[in-house]
Design a protein around this ligand. Structure first.
Ligand SMILES: Nc1nc2c([nH]c(=O)n2[C@@H]2O[C@H](COP(=O)(O)OP(=O)(O)OP(=O)(O)O)[C@@H](O)[C@H]2O)c(=O)[nH]1
Length: 126
């Protein structure tokens, strides 16, 4: 199983969401930024590294939310979400096609990567 971390980054009562590019797997789906855990890497080190690589920003990790296992046709992933805040740096996308800062009430309107749906629903309850 592939272990993937993602971050729900909050600022000004909004949360950051990113859209995958055409040339990525799950093209055009919305997700929380993050990526695969490397060998011998901790979950928290992974999410901090991935956010720096993908978005050029620094985050403070606040809390681990409930991991979610999802079986895509070609592989299973365990998606491990973290609540975080934007600590500094100007956001620049390295891989994704778009980002949005959204209010909670608008999150379920997006076309999410399937593995993210339970995470969005948990986030809406907190
Ligand atoms: N970062 C991130 N990945 C997610 C989310 N939801 C979800 O299903 N994934 C999947 O988890 C994997 C994350 O890997 P990644 O971001 O490091 O990898 P990638 O797109 O370069 O890899 P890939 O081309 O092998 O899919 C991808 O297969 C991606 O489709 C999410 O919210 N955030």
């Amino acid at each position: 199983m592939i272990r993937v971390t993602c971050a729900l980054i909050e600022a000004n009562n909004k949360v950051l969401v990113v859209q995958r590019s055409e040339n990525m797997s799950l093209p055009n789906k919305w997700e929380f930024p993050g990526g695969k855990i490397e060998p011998n890497e901790s979950e928290r080190a992974c999410i901090i590294r991935e956010i720096k690589e993908e978005l050029n920003i620094d985050i403070t990790v606040l809390k681990r939310l409930s991991p979610c296992v999802y079986k895509y046709p070609k592989r299973s992933i365990q998606l491990i979400p973290f609540l975080a805040v934007h600590k500094g740096g100007e956001l620049k996308l390295a891989e994704h096609k778009k980002f949005l800062w959204l209010q909670k009430k608008d999150l379920l309107k997006l076309n999410w990567a399937e593995a993210d749906v339970p995470i969005v629903k948990e986030y809406l309850k907190i």
